[in-house]
Design a protein around this ligand. Structure first.
Ligand code: ME8
Length: 511
């Protein structure tokens, strides 16, 4: 049986339009999902939309629509974003679906049975924009006297009856859990942030609201609806078919990875494992909190009018160039600044020049000088062994990079081989060998074809379309494109299709 791999994106609030921030998280998960499939795993890749809560209710009100009509409409935009970005998710959960109500209700009942829920009253600060409760000490006061959360979101004073989750009782168990699972929170800096937050002491968490109605009713007390984050986090479990133990996807829980932005770290690494442990459910293996994108130096926001629509970028630069840029430009985990200039430069230098030229030069020489037929492998020189060896080492190297979500490093590993390939072709000069040593020319071109095959195979998760084309041109059958297939050499004498450029240079239109 294939090993399982379960990766999730956050479920996005449907109050906003999808932008490159959302596309980024989903893309990172897509690359992991595709990589694991390539490596022989049975993958469940989940994304979805977070459709309850006060923030969504208010957005619906502002749009003059009922919450249900509003979420039906806006959730479509997120599914469309997936299609535009070439996302290969297996499911797109919506928290307004019946399966999710069943699962959230069952979770509540587990927490209650564990003695971790009690009825009380909440009196304190709440930020609708973050759907989060804040302590006085976390707020800052602005010049006009208003208070804001650390995220900059305005807060309001809330007084209402509320059920609480006994989070305070989980402090020691959470610290023991983090100690026992050092890889649970990544990157390291985020782990330290969470540890110091939890060491500072935890208060019980308000987990129900009564001042509005757009949510899942609390079982047994329908004046209350569940706090949107309790319902939202549970989506990851719902999608595995829980509480039906016989569900086809039951074996996927616990998730291997929850990919999130750094803004929602606390929910995923403090509240979520506490809820799960209380409910007697296994905890996810890892939460990776990546950094924040700004656009040409500014925060992405609708009010600033700088929201970059993924569809527009894909239209301008091509899907694979956008996918490549987002994961290549910034070390994964760090904040990044999106600029078109940087995108065009990556496209022209790394895709068109480095990779595109290596492929074009090698393949057109095979077409021209070898009758379009893949040459045989021959006696290898030291240089051949070094280059081929570097390429063959890529799958094992990238396995480690992917398991630590180091996408930028993974791409750098591949580009080292590509740059070495360009150095090799320059030094070996197979175009000159045509006149002096045709046999050697064939061997050199075969080394290059073998290297390109490995490169194109391991890059498929990042650039599925263009790498598929490159594998077509190398004559790699569609069933021989996974990592395991790399163990079998391509058959000499394979007739290759006419080479075509895969990455044209991007030329700025004169305005
Ligand atoms: O927080 N840079 O949903 P949300 C990078 N519903 N990533 C960004 C980004 C940016 N500028 N802007 C958004 C929620 N993101 C909850 C999640 S999960 C159980 C519930 C990405 O619509 C990033 O992944 O506000 C961030 O964590 C997420 O979108 C927030 O999406």
């Amino acid at each position: 049986m294939k090993p399982k791999y379960y990766v999730t994106t956050p479920i996005y609030y449907v109050n906003d339009v999808p932008h490159i921030g959302h596309a980024y998280t989903t893309l990172a998960c897509d690359v992991l999902a595709r990589w694991k499939r390539l490596d022989g795993y049975d993958v469940l890749f989940l994304t979805g939309t977070d459709e309850h809560g006060q923030k969504v209710e208010k957005a619906a009100e502002a749009a003059g629509m009922s919450p249900q009509a509003f979420v039906d409409k806006v959730s479509v935009a997120f599914r469309e974003m997936g299609a535009v970005m070439g996302i290969s998710n297996d499911d797109a959960i919506r928290t307004t679906e019946p399966r999710h109500k069943v699962s959230s209700t069952a979770l509540w009942q587990r927490l209650l049975a564990a003695g971790d829920i009690y009825l009380g009253g909440y009196e304190g600060w709440y930020a609708v924009r973050d759907e989060a409760f804040y302590d006085e000490g976390e707020l800052t006061t602005r010049a006009d006297g208003s208070k804001v959360a650390p995220s900059g979101a305005p807060v309001e004073w809330v007084v209402e009856p509320s059920y609480f989750f006994r989070l305070s009782a989980w402090q020691d168990r959470l610290l023991a859990f983090y100690a026992a699972h050092p890889d649970f929170i990544a990157p390291e800096s985020r782990r330290n942030e969470v540890l110091s937050f939890v060491k500072g002491g935890l208060r019980d968490l308000s987990i129900s609201r009564t001042s509005f109605t757009w949510g899942i009713p609390v079982p047994g007390d329908e004046r209350h609806i569940m706090y949107v984050w309790l319902d939202a986090l549970q989506n990851y479990v719902t999608a595995t078919g829980w509480p039906d133990a016989g569900a086809a996807r039951a074996g996927f829980w616990p998730a291997d990875l929850h990919m999130v932005g750094k803004d929602i770290l606390r929910f995923h690494t403090v509240y979520w494992p506490a809820f799960l442990m209380s409910a007697g459910l296994p905890t996810p293996k890892r939460v990776f909190a990546h950094g924040w994108w700004t656009i040409e130096g500014e925060k992405i926001s609708k009010s600033l009018g700088n929201v970059v629509a993924p569809a527009e970028l894909v239209e301008s630069y091509g899907l694979d160039a956008v996918r490549f840029f987002l994961l290549r430009e910034v070390p994964f985990g760090n904040d990044g600044n999106f600029s078109r200039k940087a995108l065009v430069s990556r496209l022209n230098v790394e895709l068109a020049n480095d990779l595109g030229n290596l492929a074009q030069r090698s393949l057109s020489l095979i077409a021209r000088n070898c009758g379009g037929v893949l040459p045989a492998r021959g006696a290898a020189t030291e240089e051949d062994v070094a280059l081929r060896g570097a390429a063959e080492a890529l799958p094992a190297l990238l396995r480690q990079r992917m398991d630590s979500q180091a996408f930028g490093d993974a791409l750098e590993d591949v580009w080292k081989v590509i740059r070495a390939g360009n150095g090799y072709i320059d030094r070996q000069a197979p175009w000159a060998l045509k006149k002096t040593d045709v046999v050697r020319m064939g061997h050199v071109l075969r080394v290059l074809a073998d290297v390109l095959r490995v490169v194109a195979t391991v890059l498929q998760p990042v650039m599925p379309g263009s790498m598929g084309k490159m594998l077509d041109q190398l004559g790699v059958p569609s069933e021989a494109r996974d990592l395991a297939a790399l163990g079998t050499a391509l058959a000499e004498g394979t007739v290759l299709p006419a080479p075509q450029g895969v990455f044209p240079r991007f030329v700025e239109e004169a305005s």
